[in-house]
Design a protein around this ligand. Structure first.
Ligand code: ADP
Ligand code: MG
Length: 682
């Protein structure tokens, strides 16, 4: 019947008055559909287990026949205890209810009851939480648990959901094509919605969940892919053409041979750039895997094609360093490199602007200063952002709007687990550098208690005595950068007193750009042996002679971040070490330190980090762009995510998807979500 509209306000439901409507709204439920899609976040197992199989203190459901009269005792004004004896599986058991005196009249001699609670194996007693008259109903053995809020009780919410299902489930229409339901043996949508709220068995629940998760992920992937497609069609980007042998020659001037993964990435990027559409690609590779080299090769291709490139990085230190490290590669070429950061001021700045505008520079390295008003490129062909998740979406958009639809490459050293990459960057193509340059010695990582500081410093001294250098990273204080800085200053004073024969430098975010540059330079040149720093050295900094890093309060850092930090060492020929000072209290905390000790593989680290902390924290910001799913979990459901991605790709690329009736619910979804106009996501 067409009178059923899932978009109706919840107030239309029987039993939902003004007050309850408000309470539902407070937890984000306005419409019947939202109510029906408020899925349980877990289930309590009320399956009956024979008494003799129960563990001590286990939460369980039992059933039995009431013996004698229940005994009610009051103590205090409102407190009561109701005691009932019953025979379960031939054993006499005592059940105790606290503060539920009203149940006394419902529990009758000789009748069956079903109880859920905590089992005391020694006393044969149960402290009851859930009560049901009669024998257990096997279809209710899995009790859904919902998130609730405000004054709304679980009981009420369950009732409302039941009502909504009864009155409205015929309005739930199928969106998945028949062939997919068959292929994956998925239940229909209506039946899945009933089962998810009221599973008759584990099996039924499993399939209902599978179906809803698959639908969510398929729709999400369809949205992403449709967007990617329409962007590609709309993007009359520029079609690069350049002298290929010249690029080959240039690659041969690089003083080492590229790893297989680097070659593959260069190929993927260059292939994109040769197409008329606009490149939108993510280049992922662990710290030290050689992304910068890939970047400079593709920038050189742009140069050969007569275009400029911009390389945007999150900090001035890094811009400075990239600027320096790119120079030697381009020594015998015509490439001119410019630097633009906040601290390039006055006349110098004007000169850089002008060079960018007139084509006086071919490659510009800079911070977000690159995207400020006043920067006009002559012919911008490629924009590369390093550590892109540190830039806001708006900044990225501004830069992309400069120049004539430049190709865009995002580089990140944060090894994003594949599952996350698919979901967060689902509208991008991805290249992965999953191979380290040959000859690198894996960093050895140890964790130690703070009480072992003396020994750790002694260990570092031995490295210094051999001419090596070291980093000391100071605790991260979440509330304030000021406190971070204070910490660094304190540690610097302490270590200066300890390492009397060595120069100890200090680096933190409050230093001016000139000061930072001076400190970095003296560390890079070896005049400073130990660099005490806040996390500002995290990204990109490259001093190959540094062979040891000590991280204070390592348990305050995310694993991905520790891995980033640790990547500052192990860049040269020498064996490098990373020492994590930490006194983790929790098991998870200990586990995290063990992971760091056990693996050097950034992908493994980040997968584990994701498992331990959940995706919310992963990119370290709320704006991480992770999609919100009602039921699907990008970590746990990664297989379904991958299946959905492939299916979505197939659908989008097939002509029948755009024409045939059976796909119209999916197409409608895309239309409703603007995915066909490319207006939703950046
Ligand atoms: P990333 O940016 O991925 O952290 P870089 O591009 O800075 O890594 O490379 C780290 C170091 O390794 C640099 O000193 C670089 O010159 C060197 N390097 C890069 N690729 C190779 C390679 N294929 N063989 C040997 N050394 C390499
Ligand atoms: Mg880099």
């Amino acid at each position: 019947m067409s009178t059923i509209h899932l978009n109706d306000p919840v107030a239309v439901l029987h039993g939902v008055g003004k007050e309850k409507e408000l309470e539902l709204q407070q937890i984000g439920i306005n419409t019947v559909q939202q109510l029906i899609e408020h899925f349980p976040y877990r289930y309590e197992n009320h399956e009956i287990v024979p008494i003799h199989e129960l563990e001590h203190e286990q939460k369980a459901t039992i059933t039995g026949t009431v013996q004698g009269e229940p005994l009610l005792r009051y103590f205090g004004r409102k407190k009561s205890r109701l005691t009932v004896r019953l025979v379960c599986d031939g054993i006499l058991v005592t059940a105790t209810f606290f503060n539920r005196a009203f149940l006394k009249n419902k529990i009758k001699q000789g009748e069956a009851v079903t109880l859920t609670g905590k089992w005391d194996k020694h006393r044969l007693t149960m402290t009851v939480q859930g009560f049901q008259e009669g024998e257990p109903d096997p279809s209710k053995s899995l009790a859904p648990v919902y998130s609730i809020g405000g004054n709304l009780s679980m009981f009420q919410l369950k009732k409302f959901i039941q009502t909504a299902l009864k009155e409205y489930s015929s309005g739930i229409t199928e969106v998945l094509p028949e062939e997919y339901l068959k292929k994956y043996k998925l239940p229909g949508k209506q039946s899945a919605y009933w089962s998810i709220h009221q599973p008759g068995s584990h099996e039924e629940l499993k399939h209902a969940r599978r179906r809803i998760v698959y639908e969510e992920l398929l729709l999400f992937q369809l949205g992403m892919q449709a967007l990617k497609r329409s962007k590609r069609m709309a993007a009359q980007g520029n079609k690069l053409s350049y002298d290929k042998p010249e690029l080959k020659k240039f690659i041969q001037t690089i003083p080492f041979s590229l790893t297989g993964a680097q070659k593959r990435s260069v190929n993927e990027i260059v292939t994109d750039m040769l197409q008329p559409g606009r490149m939108n690609r993510l280049l992922q590779g662990d710290v030290g895997s050689g992304k910068t080299v890939v970047a400079l090769i593709v920038m050189y291709a742009q140069y050969l094609g007569g275009n400029q490139s911009a390389l945007m990085v999150p900090t001035e230190i890094l811009a400075e360093q990239h600027f320096q490290s790119l120079q030697p590669f381009f020594e015998n070429t015509g490439v001119k490199i410019g630097l633009l950061t906040g601290s390039v001021k006055g006349k110098k700045r004007q000169a850089v602007y002008e060079a960018i505008q007139t084509g006086g520079v071919d490659i510009v390295v800079g911070t977000h200063a690159l995207i400020q008003e006043g920067v006009e490129f002559q012919r911008l062909g490629l924009v590369i952002t390093d550590e892109q998740h540190r830039f806001g979406v708006n900044q990225r958009r501004t830069l992309q709007s400069k120049g004539e639809k430049p190709d865009v490459l995002f580089m990140t050293a944060t090894p994003i687990p594949r599952t996350m990459a698919i979901s967060v960057f689902g509208d991008m193509d991805v290249s992965v550098i999953d191979e380290m340059p040959a000859g690198r010695k894996p960093i050895q990582t140890f964790s130690a208690k703070h009480t072992m500081l003396e020994r750790v410093l002694g260990f570092m001294k031995k490295e210094l005595d051999q001419g090596r250098q070291g980093y000391v990273i100071c605790p991260l204080i979440e509330e304030s950068e000021m406190l971070d800085v204070q910490n660094a200053i304190d540690v610097h004073a302490q270590l200066s007193a300890y390492y009397t024969n060595y120069e100890v430098g200090l680096m933190h975010g409050r230093l001016s750009a000139d000061e930072k540059e001076a400190v970095m330079a003296s560390f890079a040149e070896g005049r400073v042996s130990v660099l005490v720093s806040t996390t500002v050295v995290e990204v990109g900094v490259n001093v190959p002679n540094a062979s040891v890093m000590v991280i204070y309060d390592a348990d305050r850092f995310g694993l991905a971040q520790l891995h980033q930090l640790r990547g500052r060492v192990g860049r040269g020929e020498d064996q490098s070490y990373c020492i994590l000072l930490a006194d983790p209290k929790s098991e998870t905390g200990k586990e995290r330190m063990r992971i760091m000790e056990d693996t050097n593989d950034g992908f493994v680290v980040s997968e584990k980090d994701l498992e331990l902390r959940g995706p919310g924290d992963f990119l370290g910001s709320k704006q991480s762009g992770l999609p919100y799913f009602k039921l699907a979990d990008v970590v746990l459901d990664y297989r379904a995510l991958e299946t959905a991605r492939q299916d979505a790709q197939e659908l989008i690329n097939s002509s029948s998807f755009w024409e045939e009736n059976e796909y119209s619910p999916l197409r409608d979804y895309l239309h409703r979500h603007g995915a066909l106009r490319g207006e939703k996501l950046d």
